[in-house]
Each structure stands twice: as C-alpha cells, then as structure tokens.
Write a protein that binds this ligand. Structure first.
Ligand code: HEM
Length: 264
C-alpha cells in the first residue's frame, strides 16, 4: 500500500489503488496493470461482445466456411504474436509472461487448419487485409516497443481462457465436429488445469512487471487497439458471410448452457 499524488493531489492509501476526490466524488483509480486493463477495456469488450459475428457465434449460428476463415485469421495473428513473443522472451518487460507450453496457440491452430483444409492447407489460405494490419502492428510493437506486447498477449490469451469452453461446445455442436476434438484444438489448453487459477497467476505476473505509470497507460491503450483489430476481423467475416449461401445449422446452446459461467 502506498500513497501517491493523484490528479488533483488529494489522495489516500488504498489496497493497490489511489483514492482521490473529483468534483466531490470519491474515485478509485487502479494502479495494478491487471486492474487497469480490465477497467480500461471494459467498454471495448462490451462492443466486441455485441458484434454480429460474435453474437451469431454464441447463438450457434456459425457457417463452417466462416469458422474456417476465422481460424485462418487467428492462425496468422498468433503466428505474428508468438514470433514476437519468442523474440522478446528475455526482455524484462515481457519475460515473466512467457508461457509457451501453457498458452501458445499457433501449433494448435495449424492442426485445426489441416483438419479443415487437408494436407495442403498452407497453399489454400491467405492473409486478409484486417489480419495483415493486426499482424503489422504486432510486429512493429515487437521490434520497437516490447512492453506493449503485453497488451496483445493479454487481449488474446486472457480472452481465450475466459470463453474457450463455451465457444468450443457451441462450435462442435453447430458444425457437427467429432467429439474427439479434431478441428477444436484451438480451444484446448493441455498445459492448463484450471483456467481460473492460471488467469490469476497471469494477472499477478502482469502486476509484478517493472513499469512506470505512463507505460501502463500505453499498454491499456494498446489493448484497446488490439480489441479493435479483432473487431475489424469480425467485420470482414460478417461481409464474407453476406456472400455465402445461407446454410446455417440451428444448433444454438440451450438456455441452461447460456446461463453457465463463461469465465470458468
Ligand atoms: C474476460 C465473456 C468476447 C477478451 C471475459 C470474461 C467474460 C467474458 C465473462 C470474464 C472472465 C473473468 O472474470 O475472469 C465474453 C463473451 C464474449 C467475449 C460472452 C463474446 C460474446 C471477447 C473478445 C475478446 C475478449 C472478442 C478479445 C478479442 C477478453 C479478455 C478478458 C475477457 C482480455 C480478460 C478480462 C480481465 O480479466 O482483465 N470475457 N468475452 N472477449 N475477455 Fe471476453
């Protein structure tokens, strides 16, 4: 616990945050990076949840063609991100978040793509414009501002760990994929027993990074940007969806399942 000067100087110690008066109202401003990220991305998270592509997915309205294209975008995104993570694995502002065995998704996505497209999957896929923009930013950050890589890792891995099991079930049912898990490796984190416990560990590692307030604020801004890149990809997929035959399979989850805790 420590006392810091807040915006108007009137501050008191508080468990990890800064309490200060703003127009007569007591405001809590978090200083832990994990809390700053959760608070700072709340609004854009809600926006992402409300995109048509994501809403359709959750309702079980997933066309296999679109699901495959979504996986292609994820494959290229994670390839870029994990290449930059490898480059920066010893950088002090990223090293504590280096969990290749537990988190990395590129190989899982490659296995899924081989299942969907066949052995020559690499010849059949290409990078969409929105995916290219997302990749370019990740590479730029990896080369020029490694501390901001935290934002990209947070946005994808914490999101995957939060919704994975629900999305896996919806996808498996909607596309009638084998219950043995082919095509669904992306959602399986074999090295993680409890997503909840791992997320707690990841949050505490983020909070232990030696970062000044300005850099933490930059990371929050970068995470908002990362959400926006994801939404741009959803937008592209929505556009492609309009050109596809309407072969929607009605496999929405039951009401009971929708009530389940997506956060595990
Ligand atoms: C966390 C739901 C889409 C990124 C969460 C949590 C829930 C949730 C319930 C809280 C987990 C917890 O408290 O530990 C959903 C639903 C979505 C969705 C229902 C779609 C309908 C997305 C998307 C992204 C994303 C598209 C980004 C690409 C995140 C991140 C967290 C998170 C980064 C961690 C927040 C934190 O604890 O700091 N999500 N999510 N989510 N989600 Fe999502």
């Amino acid at each position: 616990m420590k006392t810091e000067d807040a915006a108007n100087g009137k501050s008191t110690a508080n468990g990890g945050g800064v309490v200060y008066e703003e127009g007569g109202v007591t405001v809590l401003s978090p200083t832990d990076l994990s809390e700053m990220l959760a608070a700072g991305t709340k609004e854009v998270h809600e926006k992402a949840e409300n995109t048509e592509f994501v809403k359709d997915f959750l309702r079980g309205r997933i066309r296999k063609e679109l699901f495959k294209l979504g996986h292609v975008a994820l494959y290229f995104t994670y390839s870029a991100m994990e290449e930059e993570i490898e480059r920066n694995k010893e950088h002090p502002q990223f090293a504590p978040l280096y969990f290749p065995h537990e988190l990395h998704r590129r190989d899982a996505l490659a296995r899924d793509l081989e299942f969907f497209y066949g052995e020559d999957w690499q010849d059949q896929i290409s990078i969409s414009p929105a995916t290219q923009r997302y990749m370019d930013r990740i590479h730029q950050v990896g080369h020029e501002q490694p501390a901001l890589l935290v934002a990209h890792a947070y946005t994808r891995y914490m999101g995957d760990l939060s919704g994975g099991q629900v999305l896996r079930k919806v996808a498996q049912r909607a596309m009638k994929l084998p219950p043995t898990g082919e095509g669904l490796n992306f959602y399986e984190f074999d090295g993680i027993h409890s997503a909840k416990a791992f997320k707690q560990l990841y949050r505490s590692r983020m909070n232990e990074l030696e970062l000044d307030t300005h850099t933490k604020e930059k990371i929050v801004e970068e995470a908002i940007l990362a959400f926006q890149f994801n939404m741009e990809i959803f937008g592209e997929l929505e556009e492609v969806g309009k050109t596809l035959q309407d072969d929607v399979l009605d496999a929405a989850p039951t009401h009971g399942e929708m009530q389940g805790d997506i956060s595990q």
